[in-house]
Design a protein around this ligand. Sequence first.
Ligand SMILES: Cc1cc2nc3c(=O)[nH]c(=O)nc-3n(C[C@H](O)[C@H](O)[C@H](O)COP(=O)(O)O)c2cc1C
Ligand SMILES: [Mn+2]
Length: 264
Amino acid sequence: MTMLAVGSTKRATRTFRTWLDALQADGRLDVVERTVDLRFKLAAIAKRLDGRAVLFTSVAGHTMPVVCGIVSTRAMIADACGCAERDLAHRFAAAVAEPVPATPVAREDAPCKARVVLDGIDLTAMLPLPVHHEHDAGQYVTAGLFIVRDPVTRKQNVCIHRLQATGPNRFGALILPRHTHHLQAAAERRGEPLECAIVIGADPATLLASQASTAFGVDELEVAGALRGAPLPVVRCETVDIDTMAVARPRTGPPFAAPGEGAR
Ligand SMILES: Cc1cc2nc3c(=O)[nH]c(=O)nc-3n(C[C@H](O)[C@H](O)[C@H](O)COP(=O)(O)O)c2cc1C
Ligand SMILES: [Mn+2]
């Protein structure tokens, strides 16, 4: 494979939360403290502030905050990947050409496992899912990583599908004929369901990696490892045979303090 040498000035940001800290530190994060409605209002404000990241600390009916626009410009993506904007395309091509395998982490060492693991689910009660505008069909997860595994090769595939909550434990997705579609069709032919994991709050490099137009069989988490310049730590999911990112900074301190704990 071809190695593309691209100068790097600094390290890629490691997690969603360190990226939000960086945005906040240099004034690229707006914070909306007024309670906003998930139906139209939140998306309208985010649209008005397009090009900046916006944190909504108070969402009607939910305790979970919402953040929008964390990688809404090319400059933001380049910055999060630790490179100059003019180097981003080369950096991305180099990562696709030389993926770096993920590192499995033991369950007890995975910070994401310290979070709440729920058995019963009610998607729209648990997650603050916006309705973006009047012609949208409902409440959507718009940038969740959609991770599946090929049971034959055990390689994973990672991309993004907008997900419409269509029931308490049901999402509907448009899956255009690329890799996920191929694996779904193969599972259907075997008469099996295709297991998937959805990751909301991925770090910017992994979000970008999910959009790589790779050959079938390339795990985009390995592209993410190359973009970050270090293997992505992953951990096995609780109920499906899928590995997702293991690392997340504990939920403390601004701007993520719970309401009443000095959230800003
Ligand atoms: C925010 C966002 C939303 C997307 N939503 C969809 C979608 O709903 N359906 C779809 O087929 N592709 C969607 N895509 C595009 C796929 O994620 C993209 O083509 C991806 O590279 C496909 O990966 P694959 O080749 O591994 O299947 C979306 C991309 C982004 C960035
Ligand atoms: Mn793919």
